[in-house]
Write a new protein. Structure first.
Lengths: 472, 204
């Protein structure tokens, strides 16, 4: 039998029809829906007189356009309220499970899917949101779609797709202390470029990936789209099974055992051929930060701002040739489907514990879901944050896309754990620097871009050593 | 969304020579609050097109005499970033029917095709040549002939040279959809018997 990549195995298992021009009709196992990209699709099927074909395979949440304070009492503009109300109506009408605002299972779609066990190895998963690639961390084919495609899935549970090419990125070695999954993916994008993945599905492999937590793998797959890839995936293993066991919607009992034995088969054959292979070494990686206006503009935190892109430099208000370290920042945003999980909040909190937020820095710590928020409280993370001068908000996409009121003012610098630093992404004129939660924590304490390996070294869990930042 | 079929488009070309234009540039998130699919054209390229006080930015191409046309000529990796189909709606509603680039982000390409916008991909050398032609004669009249898959330009200035490589590629099924103004949803909905049969043997 021909050797196959994991991607090929999953694709073939979901192919309803294969057409002469090389495209396929692909069956979708799980469809996530949110308030911003779905109303036109619901209206579309209704206009055509088509029923919602498989409502039991869809799950809806509200995340993009909701406030992150005072959710019990949402003060929202008329348009935003209408979007939220419309989703509620549509879900009721078509029999779709909805985790609305303040629901204990509410949260950012790519955080709640895995956290509730709705995302499982071997599935095909889509959502009208490009970061659906996040779910690939569980060994799934997961990708973002537009609203017309949302309508297609509503109408038929299928999509017409061209088979993407396959790429494997192998990362040998292990990440050193203070260097996170976020640094790894920013490093890869900076090396390969924002268009390198166009037309590809990427499998991430190698020791550095195997030794990452599920949260870390999700951060990597989340940003595969920032390389232009359709999606990213990681073969499931014990780390995956351990994460999924006993989650609300995970299989249980005998079904669980059966599922795990099938999931264990989900890997690329040793002889499988990828259309493209890249190899990197984790030991070469440093904490990364972006200086420009696309996610490929990452440099090591000890690096120099290049003078290659005058337009980006002028938007960012920087001169090429300067060191990025010690540049002043105004805002810190910790959250999003890239780094808004409990592990990220733990990292941030263990770093700032016993210290104080710098004066003049505004920090928004936004949990990725209601469960993360509740857990952060139960674990004492909120208390640590409060003592250090931070507050924990309520879940949502928030300043990741600045659709609600969480906008960074024009000209201000925001160190952000999200995934996009495009011009205006966090608000008109906002200047975004993408980095890990640790780098964000270091900046929050100093008010400047700081090396998380130098400022505060969190020794063992929760016992940070002292601040020593050279000339501060 | 239903759209007008595309056969032959004859128009001036709007040149926006910037690489990696992301969908947040095409339409910022704060304009995605509508539950309808109309009204996005006026916010196309909003933060380039308008000054902070809301008045048109005279420097931006859409606000210049050469800023009207049905064909947009732009840099590589157009439409990267967010999956928002609002980007395709905004381009279409402004009046564009064809976007020429040396590469499109995957999701944007599909969104465009599903909304009556032709993503016309050329190789990087051809793109450079097209940019040159436009620079030499910004008011040249270009023709995109979809049925024959040909791109041609007619210079208005006698001094300009409008010869260009003409043929372009497009998936036959997608071409048919654009020419007839039909979309994939009806096709998929028509496959229900096969899909139900597939489901019977498909366990997740
Ligand atoms: S957190 Fe940001 S990237 Fe993630 S789903 Fe929300 S808007 Fe998209």
């Amino acid at each position: 039998m021909k050797s196959k990549t994991l991607f090929d195995k999953l694709w073939d298992k979901h192919e309803v029809l294969s057409l002469d021009d090389g495209s396929s009709v692909i069956y979708i196992d799980r469809h996530f829906i949110h308030e911003v990209t779905s109303p036109q699709a619901f209206a579309g099927i209704e206009k055509r007189g088509l029923p919602f074909f498989r409502p039991d395979r869809a799950i809806a949440t509200m995340d993009h356009n909701i406030p992150t304070i005072g959710q019990e009492n949402p003060v929202m503009g008329a348009e935003s309220s209408l979007q939220v109300a419309r989703l509620t109506e549509n879900c009721a009408k078509h029999g779709i499970t909805l985790f609305g605002m303040t629901h204990p299972m509410n949260g950012i779609v790519h955080v709640i899917g895995p956290e509730l066990g709705l995302t499982r190895p071997g599935m095909t998963i889509v959502c009208g949101d490009s970061h659906t690639s996040t779910h690939g961390a569980f060994g799934t084919i997961a990708f973002g779609i537009g609203t017309s495609e949302v309508e297609m899935v509503m109408a038929s549970q299928c999509l017409l797709q061209r088979r993407p090419k396959t790429m494997r990125i192998t990362i040998d070695g292990k990440l050193a202390a203070g260097i996170t999954a976020k640094d790894l993916i920013l490093y890869l994008i900076s090396k390969l470029g924002t268009g390198a993945g166009t037309g590809y599905f990427i499998e991430f492999a190698g020791e550095a990936i195997r030794t990452l937590s599920m949260e870390g793998r999700m951060t990597i797959c989340n940003m595969a789209i920032e390389m232009g890839a359709r999606g990213g995936l990681v073969a499931p293993d014990e780390t995956t099974f351990k994460y999924l066991v006993n989650r609300e919607f995970s299989p249980a009992g005998m079904e669980w055992d059966q599922a795990v034995s099938e999931w264990k088969l989900l890997k690329s054959d040793s002889e499988a051929i990828f259309d493209r292979e890249e190899t990197f070494d984790a030991s070469e990686m440093a904490p990364m930060i972006t200086w420009g206006t696309n996610p490929g503009a990452g440099i090591p935190i000890t690096g120099t701002i290049p003078d290659s892109d005058p337009k980006a430099l002028s938007y960012m208000g920087w001169k090429g040739g300067e060191k990025i370290m010690d540049q002043k920042i105004d805002y810190v945003f910790v959250g999003s489907c890239t780094n808004g999980r409990i592990e990220d909040l733990r990292e941030f909190a263990s770093y700032v514990k016993g210290h104080k937020k710098a004066d003049g820095v505004t920090a928004w710590i936004v949990p990725g879901s209601k469960k993360v928020e509740t857990q952060a409280r139960a674990e004492g993370i909120e208390k640590i944050l409060n003592e250090a001068g931070f507050e924990l908000r309520e879940p949502g996409c928030s300043a990741c896309l600045a659709m609600n009121d969480d906008k960074i003012p024009a000209g201000k610098y925001c160190i952000s754990t999200s995934n996009r630093n495009f011009e205006g992404r966090q608000g008109p004129g906002a200047r975004t620097l993408l980095a890990s939660p640790l780098t964000a924590a270091a900046a929050a304490l100093t008010g400047r871009i700081s090396d998380p390996r130098r400022v505060v070294i969190p020794a063992e869990a929760g016992t940070p050593s002292h601040t020593t930042n050279g000339d501060e | 969304m239903s759209f007008e079929p595309i056969t032959i488009i004859t128009s001036k070309v709007v040149r926006l020579q910037v690489d990696n234009i992301d969908t947040d540039r095409i339409i910022p998130a704060r304009f995605l609050k509508s539950v309808d699919s109309s009204g996005f054209g006026e916010n196309l390229f909003h933060d380039w097109r308008y000054q902070p006080d809301g008045s048109p930015n005279p420097e931006f191409v859409l606000n210049k005499p050469e800023g009207k046309g049905q064909i947009l000529l732009t840099g590589k990796n157009f439409g990267c970033g967010s999956s928002r189909e609002h980007a395709a709606w905004a381009l279409y509603q402004y009046g564009f029917r064809v976007i020429i680039s040396s590469g499109f982000a995957d999701i944007f390409r599909t969104n465009a095709l599903n909304n009556g916008l032709l993503p016309l991909e050329v190789d990087p050398d051809t793109l450079a040549r097209l940019m040159e032609i436009h620079q030499a004669d910004p008011f040249a009249i270009w023709t995109v002939d979809l049925p024959s898959q040909l791109l041609t330009a007619n210079c208005q200035l006698p001094t300009a040279d409008c010869r260009l490589p003409t043929a372009f590629e497009i998936n036959p099924f997608r071409k048919q959809c654009l020419i007839t103004g039909s979309d994939v949803i009806d096709y998929l909905a028509g496959l229900k018997p096969q899909i139900i049969e597939f489901e019977a043997n498909h366990l997740i």
